[in-house]
Design a protein around this ligand. Structure first.
Ligand code: VG1
Ligand code: CO
Length: 544
């Protein structure tokens, strides 16, 4: 029998977990003891694993399989009763959330750096999700971080190797390691939410679906769902095989990185409906023939039409969006007479609202949408809800968008990212703006008069916790808005995100070019934050 080894160690050069778990270069994670220290810090923080069940899986990126073995050996050495592992070490983030909830576990470990590129020179990541299935709240990630700074030992089984490619149960020390089907539970849940018969009818009626799995974790899920279960013709799902380096791509579902999909969708006679998902399957990109659907708009359309899917036929209790997400969903919620909650960036802030039943649907501008069916954002869920809506309405995406804007108004919106800029310069830029917030109201920039300016502070209505400095908001007289914050998911330098939004109620003016419409706000942001002077960049790297 494998021997439990207690290894003496010293604190790691860690980092406060950012928006979503801990992300570092793969090379950092593969240093001897680094992953082990972090994993032991998680176990120590949650009060040990003795007698409990842990869920484990990842997005299949480089180092995933090796890390799965390490976590299994450590869970067993720490006395876990059971470890539920996705076959091949694969579990999408929403599927992991489901398994954690369904089996009443002590939570789970998800190995993923989501949309960050993978490979030996790419990124790796790890996140702990709580027993409710969602990302650990700040109080827990802070405690894990504190533990990494004082840890002096970890426990691991000597020479333990587990066959993770065969479903079934293996006993290791006193731990039952169960290798489970990564997709079955998830598909069953989707079947209980949506009208599969209606979607099947749509997908077998000549309607063309084009789904880009970006060589990431959703490949096997999407094939099982769209092609096997819902009858879409073979080839509807492409880039379907998860690869350790995502085929050299960047598994971020936006028009820049999902180029192949965008090209197909923008060509005349292209598919009717296109979608993509990210590295770990929690985000979604929605494209209609000839039209990119901005994620904030997609959220609003889903809120307005959710009742067309069986699980939401009774209406929604409320909706939540992250602060930088456009206010398009608010316009819908107002008409529906349901509350809207505005939270900081990151799915962990939706957990309490969902647990309390205060909201049914949540969303972020970064293409994350989800509901109370799990406690994570869920890319394929969003695609299925769109398909369910299309199956009921039988209109094109472009027509649905036009009608939506006409009814609720259009929130022109874009996010400009300045990637890999100098960390000190980025921090300096934000603090300089922060320092002048009090003086901004009343001043005009590029012809736009500021009415309020603040640094978003969130008071959680459920647990009473406060999260400060969650992004700078500058609101203009005409209601348009500039938001600025630094990304919490990068591993190199800093990424400045500038979010721009202008509301247009007049249907005649709702078909303009987004970037052109937003140009005055971009100029105002430049005047306020002196972005090009401080960062040395005259253009953002990405506009989504
Ligand atoms: C980004 C997005 C945020 C999302 C987070 C994790 O964070 O902006 O909305 O929740 O990624 O998503 P940041 O701090 O870089 O802006 V995922 O799918 O990459 O885990
Ligand atoms: Co993700």
């Amino acid at each position: 029998m494998s021997q439990v080894n207690t290894i003496t160690t010293s604190p790691i050069d860690g980092q406060r977990p950012g928006t979503s778990g801990l992300r570092k270069k793969t090379q950092v994670f593969s240093q001897p003891g680094y992953l082990e220290n972090f994993v032991q810090s998680i176990f120590d923080t949650i009060g040990g694993l003795k007698g409990s069940t842990l869920v484990l899986g990842g997005d299949g990126r480089y180092f995933n399989r090796q890390a799965v073995q390490t976590v299994i050996s450590m869970a067993a050495a720490n006395g876990a009763a059971r470890v539920l592992v996705g076959k091949g070490g694969i579990l999408s983030t929403p599927a992991a959330s489901l398994v954690i909830r369904k089996h009443k576990t002590a939570g789970g470990i998800i190995l993923s750096a989501s949309h960050n590129p993978g490979g030996p020179d790419g990124d790796f990541g790890i996140k702990y999700n709580v027993p409710a299935g969602g990302p650990a709240p700040e109080s827990v990630t802070e405690a894990i971080y504190a533990r990494t700074r004082e840890i002096d030992r970890y426990q691991i089984l000597e020479e333990c190797h587990c066959d993770i490619d065969r479903e079934g149960t293996v006993e290791i020390a006193n731990t039952r390691v169960e290798i489970i089907d990564s997709v079955a539970d998830y598909i069953a849940l989707m079947r209980s939410i949506f009208d599969f018969a209606a979607i099947r009818e749509l997908l077998t009626s000549g309607f063309k679906l084009h789904f880009d799995a970006m060589h990431a974790v959703t490949g096997p899920y999407a094939l099982a769902l769209f092609e096997d279960e819902l009858g879409a013709p073979q080839g509807s799902v492409f880039n379907a095989v998860p690869l350790p380096d995502f085929g050299g791509g960047h598994p971020d579902p936006n028009p820049v990185h999902a180029k192949e999909l965008m090209q197909a969708m923008m060509s005349p006679g292209g598919p009717d409906f296109g979608a993509a998902s990210d590295g770990d399957g929690d985000r979604n990109l929605i494209v209609g023939r000839g039209i990119y659907v901005a994620p904030s708009d997609s959220l609003a359309v889903l809120v307005a039409n959710a009742h067309l899917a069986p699980a939401y036929a009774g209406g929604l209790s409320g909706v939540a969006r992250s602060m930088p997400t456009s206010q398009a969903a608010d316009c819908v919620a107002e008409k529906l007479g349901i509350p809207v909650f505005e939270t900081p960036t990151g799915w962990k802030f939706f957990g309490n609202l969902l647990d309390e039943g205060l909201v049914t649907i949540c969303g972020e501008e970064s293409a994350g949408t989800g509901s109370d069916h799990v406690r994570e954002k869920d890319g394929l869920w969003a695609v299925l809800l769109w398909l369910n809506i299309l199956a009921e309405r039988r209109e094109s995406v472009i027509d649905i968008m036009s009608a939506h804007w006409q009814q609720f108004g259009r929130n022109y919106y874009s996010r400009h990212d300045y990637e890999n800029i100098d960390s000190d310069a980025a921090a300096g830029l934000i603090s300089a703006v922060r320092d002048q917030l009090g003086q901004l109201p009343g001043q005009s920039f590029a012809g736009l008069r500021v009415v309020t300016a603040d640094d978003f502070c969130y008071d959680d209505p459920v647990d009473g916790s406060t999260s400060r400095n969650q992004g700078i908001r500058v609101i203009m007289e005409d209601g348009s808005r500039i938001v600025m914050r630094l990304s919490g998911t990068g591993t190199e330098g800093a990424t400045l995100r500038v979010y721009l939004e202008i509301f247009e109620p007049d249907p005649i003016k709702q078909h303009g070019d987004v970037q052109q419409v937003l140009a005055p706000l971009v100029a105002a942001a430049e005047e306020i934050a002196r972005i090009s002077t401080i960062t040395g960049r005259t253009e953002p790297d990405t506009r989504t």
